[in-house]
Design a protein around this ligand. Structure first.
Ligand code: BTN
Length: 149
């Protein structure tokens, strides 16, 4: 038992060492971002693919916002604890598409955070308007917990 104590100390230190979080970041669930947009990501299949829904809080259009479908995949190589991923939102209420790419992190407090960048492609009628058709930005998502938890 006495011999086991140093081993357990080293093991616990290794698990909580900065940049080597013991907790796995899981994409499945409900998330809210810095704009107040909500998204739900369903279970991943064996290939790391997932589907879900996105309720944006903002729009570049004058249209009424509707919940829109998303489809994406997580990079599953080596089963990383902080995986990279990407997904596409095909907006139900506009002619636009947004692609997000990012990484699922566990922060210093053990909270899961999705750090993403996105490209929002709006529809334009003519090729000469192409230059203004794509917006770029970043969003940070945190897990949305129900009040019962
Ligand atoms: C549109 O305006 O045509 C569709 C909605 C776009 C919402 C964008 S996508 C990137 C950014 N992040 C959000 O949560 N909402 C906006």
């Amino acid at each position: 038992m006495v011999q086991a104590i140093p081993f357990l100390l080293v093991l616990s230190l290794a698990l909580v060492a900065p940049g080597h979080s013991a907790r796995k970041c899981v994409l499945t669930g409900k998330w809210v971002n810095d704009l107040g947009s909500n998204m739900t990501i369903g279970a991943l299949n064996g290939k790391g693919e997932f589907a879900g829904s996105y309720h944006t809080a903002v729009t570049a259009t004058m249209n009424e916002i509707q919940v829109s479908p998303l489809q994406g995949s997580q990079h599953n190589t080596n089963q990383k604890s902080q995986p990279t991923f990407g997904f596409t939102v095909n907006w139900s209420f506009s002619d636009s598409v947004t692609v997000f790419t990012g990484q699922c992190f566990v922060d210093d407090e053990g909270k899961e955070v999705l750090k993403t960048m996105w490209l929002l492609r709006s529809h334009v009628d003519k090729i000469s308007d192409d230059w203004k058709a794509t917006r770029v930005g970043i969003n940070t998502f945190t897990r949305l917990r129900s009040r019962k938890e």
